[in-house]
Design a protein around this ligand. Structure first.
Ligand SMILES: CC[C@H](C(=O)O)C(=O)SCCNC(=O)CCNC(=O)[C@H](O)C(C)(C)COP(=O)(O)OP(=O)(O)OC[C@H]1O[C@@H](n2cnc3c(N)ncnc32)[C@H](O)[C@@H]1OP(=O)(O)O
Length: 253
């Protein structure tokens, strides 16, 4: 079964849907590779105006890294996995086309980092957003904290990271992380309505503004901060606290 579905709309929108509902759309290496390929295609293809990332089903947008795959990774392998996805999210952050996370349900851990790498976040009402890494004895490991601290006011971003709780889409709208809370009766249509004003511009205009908007992140100072976060997470990955947190998750499941 395809782990991700990529669809091209006639109006220039590419829809990337994580398709692992049995694992609440958790991200494994196959999803990473498909996402990397789609981002590279979106960058090169002048017929692509925007990229929307979403998840299959109405329960979860994305539950972050696939713990059944990643729980056994030791130090170096964990660091490589984190860096792999970190590079992909950096390319998403700086993609010269506008991007949207269409949050169709719960977003947890790396799922929140994936959404944060996007320009806009539209969430189905009642969705829960959880930068829960702190409760797992780690920090964000895919650049999520660095991006959050760039995109939200300092206090809001730090509050979200330190409390490591699941927060409603409505509250995250107040924080300015969610840009639209949608009824969700027909999420794609509701999303398309929000994209319409952007899609009336040419791809050259959309590209030019996105390049201007992301210029500030294309420097070694930002990249150093971004990948230092990942190195810190890799150090915590092997901690007893993290191991216990994963064990208790699977005991519950
Ligand atoms: C890799 C680093 C990265 C980072 O932070 O940078 C990370 O993302 S670390 C991982 C952080 N993610 C989590 O801790 C999420 C764990 N999952 C949950 O909290 C819940 O599953 C939730 C809230 C997403 C959904 O809860 P719900 O009650 O609706 O479903 P279940 O918990 O019963 O799960 C159903 C089914 O899916 C499997 N599952 C869910 N999440 C993951 C995951 N991240 N990796 C692997 N598998 C996952 C769960 O085990 C259940 O499987 P089953 O075989 O049916 O028991």
């Amino acid at each position: 079964m395809e782990v991700a579905i990529v669809e091209h709309d006639s109006d220039g929108v590419v829809w990337f849907t994580i398709h692992r509902p049995e694992k609440r759309n958790a991200i494994d290496f196959e999803v990473m590779d498909k996402l990397e390929e789609t981002i590279a295609m979106a960058e090169k293809n002048d017929n692509v105006k925007m990229l929307v990332i979403t998840g299959t089903g109405d329960e979860a947008f994305c539950s972050g890294g696939d713990l059944s795959n990643f729980q056994h990774l030791q130090a170096e392998a964990a660091k490589q996995m984190l860096e792999k996805m970190g590079k992909i999210l950096y390319s998403l952050l700086t993609l010269p086309k506008p991007t949207v996370a269409l949050i169709n349900g719960t977003a947890i851990g790396g799922g929140c980092e994936l959404a944060t790498a996007c320009d806009f976040r539209y969430a189905k009402g009642g969705s829960k957003i959880g930068f829960v890494q702190g409760k797992l004895g780690i920090t964000t490991g895919w650049g999520g904290a660095t991006m959050l601290l760039e995109k939200l006011p300092y206090t809001q971003a730090l509050d979200i990271l330190l409390r490591a709780e699941r927060i409603s889409a409505e509250k995250m709208r107040e924080y300015g992380w969610v840009h639209a809370v949608l009824p969700g009766d027909n999420l794609r249509e509701e999303c398309r309505n929000l994209l319409a004003p952007y899609l009336s511009q040419s791809v050259s205009v959309l590209r030019a503004y996105k390049v201007a908007a992301t210029e500030k992140w294309k420097n070694s100072e930002f990249q150093t901060r971004f990948f230092a976060e990942i190195a810190r997470c890799a150090k915590l990955w092997g901690s007893e606290e993290h191991k216990r947190a994963i064990e208790s998750f699977f005991k519950k499941s």
